[in-house]
Design a protein around this ligand. Structure first.
Ligand SMILES: [Zn+2]
Ligand SMILES: [Zn+2]
Length: 339
């Protein structure tokens, strides 16, 4: 089979021929049909994630068909359409036992610390397999375990968005565009930002009530105008740079929350007065729990959320696709598809 390996940092991925792996005890072999590309893939290639080492296959948004069952696997069928949850968890720590599997003490992640889905066949632990209805196209299914469910966790659990909330989504890329749909589902009034008009047109199509081109206007003033000075209840920062978090605090109402989804700059500064006197909260999110994934799959199956895919590529084009993601040429999630 063909697989994309990370052999050196900063040099993209190498497409190589390798043996199709055999599933071990309680493992499943998945014929990968679609594998999403994420900004985290760029962080991996750049060597800035300390837990990630060389000589493995990245890819953490996987959809495909079960093609072989390892010993001891129960309750799964050959040929089923499935997605893979990213987090391989211990099942025994206090976080696993209380449903917060994304915080597992012994967490390893598909496509980060262990082999992922930028390859034709992938091994997945039985516990990470989530069946999905055959009617969902593979390229849309692939992005559920990351782009869709991260925003679902951010909006439902961390932002606790409810009907009537004024919600600002910073950045309408691979995650933001899914977030718009989810925040609308929870009844929010949604404002979306981008520096590209084309992305904002897409944001409108997916339900954004107001769109703001931050290359052309002052965002803080614009939010003040749109909300009649009330400011936002919850802000989702998919950009994750120093200025985006610091500006977010200025656009929140007292008691509001900024949920930080993107991660780029290592540090930011927060105004003491904004946090203490106005009880504003800065909340981080990482991935999602398994419970969230079950719910996110259901929302896609019901048609409430239609994962937006901007473009698909073949495995041979993966470095081109990653560069397009890095340079902002991609106007949404991009996915590698397999025959
Ligand atoms: Zn990701
Ligand atoms: Zn655990």
């Amino acid at each position: 089979m063909k697989a994309a390996f990370l052999r050196d940092f900063h040099k993209g991925l190498n497409i190589e021929e390798t043996d199709i792996p055999s599933p071990g005890y309680k493992e499943v072999l998945v014929k990968v049909k679609a594998s999403g590309l994420c900004a985290s893939d760029l962080h991996i290639i750049d060597g800035i994630l300390p837990s990630v080492s060389l000589n493995f296959t990245p890819g953490h948004e996987m959809a495909g068909e079960i093609c072989e069952l390892g010993e001891g696997v129960t309750g799964l069928e050959l040929g089923s359409h499935v997605v893979a949850s990213i987090d391989v968890t211990c099942g025994r720590c206090r976080f696993c036992l209380t449903g917060h599997t994304n915080l597992c003490r012994s967490l390893r992640r598909i496509g980060f610390e262990i082999n992922g889905s930028h390859e034709e066949y992938a091994i997945v632990p039985e516990n990470n397999i989530f069946p999905i209805d055959d009617s969902i196209p593979f390229e849309q299914a692939a992005v559920i375990p990351d782009a869709v469910v991260c925003m679902y966790h951010a909006i439902k659990n961390k932002g606790q968005v409810r009907a009537g909330d004024k919600v600002l989504i910073l950045g309408t890329g691979g995650l933001g565009i899914q977030g718009i749909q989810i925040a609308k589902y929870f009844g929010a009034e949604v404002y979306a930002t981008s520096r590209q008009d084309k992305k904002l047109e897409i944001a409108k199509q997916f339900g954004a009530d107001e769109v703001i081109n931050t290359a052309k206007c002052n965002l803080i003033e614009e939010i003040d105008r749109i909300t009649n000075g009330e400011q936002c209840d919850v802000i989702f920062d998919n950009i994750g740079v120093k200025s985006s978090i610091e500006e977010s605090l200025k656009m929140l109402r007292p008691g509001g929350k900024v949920v930080v989804v993107g991660y780029n700059d290592p540090e930011f500064e927060a105004n003491y007065q904004e946090i203490v006197i106005k009880e504003k909260e800065i909340i981080g999110i990482r991935g999602s729990s398994r419970e969230d994934l079950v719910e996110a799959i259901r929302l896609v199956e019901k048609g409430v959320v239609k994962p937006y895919i901007y473009q698909t590529y073949k495995l041979e084009q993966i470095n081109e696709a990653l560069e397009n993601l890095r340079n902002g040429v991609s106007l949404g999630r991009t996915v590698v598809v397999f025959d």
